[in-house]
Design a protein around this ligand. Sequence first.
Ligand code: KG4
Ligand code: ZN
Length: 357
Amino acid sequence: MIVLGIETSCDETAAAVVTDAREIRADVVLSQLDDHTPYGGVVPEIAARAHLEHLDGLIRRAMAEAGVGFGDLDAIAATGGPGLIGGVIVGVMTAKAIAAARDLPFVAVNHLEGHALTARLTNDVAFPYLLLLASGGHCQLLVVEGVGRYRRLGTTIDDAVGEAFDKTAKLLGLGYPGGPLVEQAAARATNPGRFALPRPLVGRPGCDFSFSGLKTAVRRHVEEVGAPLSDADRDDLAAAFQSTVAEVMADRCARAIARFKADHPQGGALVVAGGVAANKTLRARLQILADREGMPFVAPPLRLCTDNAAMIAWAGIERFRLGESDPLTFAPRPRWPLDPTAAPVIGRAGVGSGVKA
Ligand code: KG4
Ligand code: ZN
């Protein structure tokens, strides 16, 4: 089975060709970073226009790299949400047009499911597993029971973890996108233990997250040290922030592991996914936790953590081989939670409903 995947939900335009033998035949990603950098964040209208301009060319490139024509494809998968709706519409309409013209099945993929199933593409991980989904719009702990079957154990009550990285980067004058820049600054720190930051919810029951207090604490330190920050101040603060985030995540994961083991005594892996899963300090910290808990730990290669279309093609394959596809009347979804039965989170409207991935 050969599937073309399309991803346009945020600021990466991407196309990929993947097979059901877990082979990534092509995986092209065009970052719109330069288009959005002057504004310090993603501008939805600019994103939608850039997807429109580049998507056709990227699909052509991916198919040429994979050495396939439309006649070789078994299905077309595109991100159907959640995400910035203008971009999602561009990807979905393109996929529908190809599907209609070539009489191919169309699969609308939940972007979050793309992240969630990546570990099955890269490592053939068996269900069930415990997933930490950490991206720019989400921070959730989920039990992945099967394709389309997710049980949410915890989520953030305020900011997503990637959002916290991005806001911290802004406070430190590092620019956008924050995650990789904070990671690089932290690596240069000469006194990483200099600043003590609060560790929100650590030691508390449940598996929820909170990051807004941490960001406020960084702001307070920035004000105390006084502008302009020296390079050393900035790097030490970045290191403090990053190691605190890793500690908080490990604490929340440890609680989720206890629940996972109680419900699934046969065991399963601890998996991390989403853009923040590219962070090496977080990966190392979670590896220690998994070793302690006797669980296999799976973190996809860095380029498959951040947004890409290989994960969309793969999630499309997983659904399609179960006999699922979508009609061409499918309407793009700005919100699309993985676990629609999860209770709403008190404290912030929209969080956990999949506003952005
Ligand atoms: O999954 P993703 O590519 O896009 C969506 O949000 O769907 O995640 C992007 C987020 C951004 O907030 C970015 O700052 C963060 O992932 N990120 C990182 C790293 N690379 C990307 N955060 C921490 N460390 C990184 N190396
Ligand atoms: Zn994403």
